[in-house]
Design a protein around this ligand. Structure first.
Ligand SMILES: [Zn+2]
Length: 305
């Protein structure tokens, strides 16, 4: 997954307006996060697309790709919508051998190289139930790295949040959209050495987990967009489908879609505030456009690596 917490981006924009350097804002946010003992809301803006080097010629098919065709240190590459493997409901991992652990390592590396915060097995063409993530997106913060194998979400908390999400398997800068996720989840899984884990996740990490968990169930973030939001990005998806050619797996089965947890949002607009809501709340909603933080030219320029 290469999602950016919208509120973090909104905060940075607000800080810029106030004349505070964006870097300072990020560091302050990071410091606040570290002080809380977790990195679920790191506000580091990450470019979602590798910059095209000046003068570099790319074919149309390559230009359509979000990711490089080849990553350093691995033969694996990222699968992109509408490749059928992305729709597979995966089988459990059974062999926890050195080869499997090496695959997990390579996936973690590919995730960083692609500027993501999570990567599922189907996204490298493997139809098995495992994924890797690091909610900080920072390779130096290894303490937040997690390999998740044969996962189950045993409970979804009742509180939900709608945030922008993109995916390394689709063009995040134009296929991102608001996705409703539970703010708290209870999960069980094993790690790459088959050691049992049982924990509660919350906030951004819970969102990352739910996004990657969807992948091993054959569900994509675009399946969770409201009908209106999906319609608005459909032309971009159509371009990916055309570039792929015949045989793509476009849609989620209706019975799977109907069973999604939490249920999909039904409308484009957030709920209207009550009539007596303070004006401040309205202003805040207007200041944060729906696509904030996803792959804009300004952001790509800023990245510089
Ligand atoms: Zn994804």
């Amino acid at each position: 997954m290469d999602l950016v917490a919208r509120r973090a981006v909104g905060r940075q924009r607000a800080q810029k307006k106030k004349g505070v350097a964006a870097l300072g804002g990020t560091l302050a946010l990071l410091a606040a996060v570290v002080a809380q003992g977790h990195a679920l809301h790191v506000g580091k803006q990450r470019s979602l697309r590798l910059p095209v080097r000046p003068g570099r010629r790319v074919s149309r098919a390559m230009a359509m790709r979000l990711n490089p065709a080849k990553f350093e240190g691995s033969e694996l590459t990222i699968t992109e919508y509408p490749m059928p493997v992305l729709r597979e409901r995966c089988r459990d991992v059974e062999d926890f051998d050195d080869a499997f652990r090496q695959t997990c390592k390579e996936m973690m590396s590919i995730m960083y190289q692609a500027d993501g915060v999570g990567l599922a097995a189907t996204q490298v063409g493997i139809a098995r139930r495992f994924f890797v993530y690091n909610p900080s997106g920072n390779p130096a913060l290894k303490v937040y790295e997690q390999v998740v194998v044969n996962p189950r979400i045993t409970e979804y908390g009742p509180r939900c949040a709608d945030e922008d999400e993109g995916c390394l398997s689709s063009r995040s800068d134009c296929c991102a959209g608001k996705v409703r996720r539970s703010e708290e989840i209870w999960v069980e899984f094993v790690d790459e050495r088959n050691r049992k884990k049982k924990t509660k996740l919350r906030g951004f990490e819970a969102r990352v987990f739910q996004h990657e968990y969807d992948h091993v169930e054959g569900v994509l973030h675009i399946d969770r967009l409201s009908a209106d939001d999906r319609a608005s990005i459909q032309p971009e998806l159509d371009k990916l489908v055309e570039a792929y050619g015949p045989g793509g797996a476009l849609l989620l089965a209706p019975d799977v879609a109907a069973a999604l947890q939490p249920p999909v949002r039904s409308g484009r607009m957030p709920a209207m505030p009550p009539k007596d809501a303070p004006k401040r709340a309205k202003k805040k909603a207007a200041a944060a456009p729906a696509k904030a933080g996803f792959g804009g030219a300004a952001k790509r320029k800023k990245k510089g690596r």
